[in-house]
Design a protein around this ligand. Sequence first.
Ligand SMILES: Cc1ncc(COP(=O)(O)OP(=O)(O)O)c(N)n1
Ligand SMILES: Cc1nc(C(=O)O)sc1CCOP(=O)(O)O
Ligand SMILES: [Mg+2]
Length: 544
Amino acid sequence: MGFHVCSQALSSAPIHHQFRYIHSISRGVRRAGVSNLRAMQQEEELKPPGRVRVPHVLTVAGSDSGAGAGIQADMKACAARGVYCSTVVTAVTAQNTVGVQGVNIVTEEFVREQLKSVLSDMRPDVVKTGMLPSPGIVKVLCQSLKEFQVGALVVDPVMVSTSGDVLAGSSVLASFREELLPLADIVTPNLREASALLGGAPLETVADMHSAAKSIHNIGPRNVLVKGGDLPSSSDAVDVLFDGKEFYEFRSTRVNTSNTHGTGCTLASSIAAELARGSSVLSAIKIAKHYVESALDYSKDILIGGGHQGPFDHLMKLKNSAPDLCARRLFSPNDLLLYAVTDSRMNKKWGRSMRDAVKSAIEGGATIVQLREKDADTRDFLEAAKTCVEICRSHGVPLLINDRIDIALACDADGVHVGQSDMPARVARTILGPDKIIGVSCKTPEQAEKAWIDGADYIGCGGVYPTNTKENNLTVGLDGLKTVCLESKLPVVAIGGFGISNVRPVMELGVPNLKGVAVVSALFDRESVSTETQNLLKVIIGST
Ligand SMILES: Cc1ncc(COP(=O)(O)OP(=O)(O)O)c(N)n1
Ligand SMILES: Cc1nc(C(=O)O)sc1CCOP(=O)(O)O
Ligand SMILES: [Mg+2]
């Protein structure tokens, strides 16, 4: 299959070079009688200018109607790892979290047709196999792989589902041994599959796994990963890799969850995805294992189905929309009512930590918080921000970071606030994705229009009154605020010089877009942040 040579030769090359090279090598090998170099040149010439090749895995597997395993798991894993995934369906199963209720095997002719469609045109970098339910289908696959060579072949020798149902009978075993495994760059049996491939002797210890990996390697695959997730004698999950020379052990703490349906498919397709991205076999396994563990850990408390083995969340996003599991919720313009903006200098002056400042503001009734820490050390800022995220989330109050998109991402804040000379909102939106809150400072209707086009959620308009908190800040006054509010398509929070004595006229402007006031010194340059917040909130509520 050619992958082994590539990975050895390129292990120290930068990842994007490795990726380009794997494409070139695999294309080169495909053309019999043409030198690799010539084929590589032709390949580059064939690529239309300005178009980018993307890593691509073809999965040849069965469909799982419950979507925890099989083709569906492979597609989600590849999507999560940033790799395109095409599919050849070998069987359609009726399946849920209880078990497999039915299997409908696709004809050999139609599997061949699917393989030809994908391999002749779309040229996947890596083929990954899962459920191959008949010796005839294994034969068709092996013939196609010889006709259309690919960069690497990952074989997950699926035989029995996690619920204990047989997905490939013993007749398939001989085809695996004689035809498929000799073509594989890596095969990933679990304990039962490894035992079945070797004639049925049970594997009970890590030493048994070592000798099984070696024996399976003798059948022909370049690498054998025996997965020890079910090993009764170990409290850790141990997987053993044998590459023909060395053994490697991958140990990880078991995730305490029953949501493990599809872990085998996911690990194999994640390995395939990493190989397609240009990783060596060893790195691909490491990255894939880490990814599967993170997804299992994220999903350990999700509930889908009534059976004893649930699916997990490959994209680690489902809980964002489950209000009972996560206090995070979508942005509402009413969150802007009393917007507390912290200030590192004021915290220092009053001997307050960022955490205590945020906690007090929330206790006083702040409806949204922004960490505006202009001279905080990055590491300290990140640590404090993580604590503030926890506090805010436990109170259902959104937390935004001023200016620093990196800190917002690292602490998983709810969003950012950026000004006219900070990172453009359009770029921040691309980096942060659709779910985060983005606010933009605007002094004019034109800036407000641009913020809307760029995908912001709200604008901050000021300085309404003069302020000592921000140097050289242009004041727009109540009239400027009103003009911006009337033109803005986004909700507006007013900022600059607000306190108990002057907040009422702003709230009484009577423009529907104006949703609240953002305040720094009147809350944080005071002895009791919670009392000041409470008192200001009373005035705001009283005037709305
Ligand atoms: C709610 C809100 N509005 C405006 C600002 C000011 O942001 P910016 O113009 O980027 O200035 P700095 O705060 O970075 O000095 C804000 N922070 N919050
Ligand atoms: C951070 C900030 N931005 C402003 C703007 O006009 O965009 S005014 C300002 C400072 C607001 O502080 P205080 O509440 O202490 O006046
Ligand atoms: Mg800024």
